[in-house]
Design a protein around this ligand. Structure first.
Ligand code: FES
Length: 123
């Protein structure tokens, strides 16, 4: 786990914590997979050679979005059919509805996910 600070705007800084997800992904192209990272369900999708991470719980009623059908960059929640762009988290129903997305970073040690630090601790 690494702690990072990213600039949001002038003077603002949001702390994030970097968690290792995997040495390498074995997610077939055009599918998604669920991971539990820091007690949070994360859905990671493989689209056109890139990987995208979003909240694994559907904002409608908590459905397992990572097990939904993926067509292009659009995933369909298996519970009630809401659709989301996995690259942005935006709902196809309304721009007001959005699922959280998270940066995925790859280095020599593997794949890392950056989650906001909710501990309230500052350094
Ligand atoms: S829980 Fe996902 S559409 Fe209802």
């Amino acid at each position: 786990m690494d702690v990072e600070c990213s600039e949001l705007s002038e003077g603002a800084c949001e702390m994030s914590i970097r968690y290792k997800v995997a040495d390498q992904f074995e997610i077939p192209e055009g599918t998604g997979q669920e991971f539990v990272v820091a007690d949070k369900v994360i859905a990671i999708f493989h689209v056109d050679g890139d990987y995208y991470a979003m909240d694994g719980l559907c904002p409608h009623a908590g459905g397992p979005i990572g097990t939904g059908h993926l067509r292009g960059c659009i995933v369909t929640c298996p519970w009630h059919g809401w659709q989301f762009d996995v690259t942005t988290g935006e709902s196809k129903l309304s721009r007001v509805i959005k699922s959280a997305t998270f940066p995925l970073v790859r280095d020599a040690e593997g794949w890392w996910l950056e989650l906001p630090d909710k501990s309230g601790a500052s350094s």
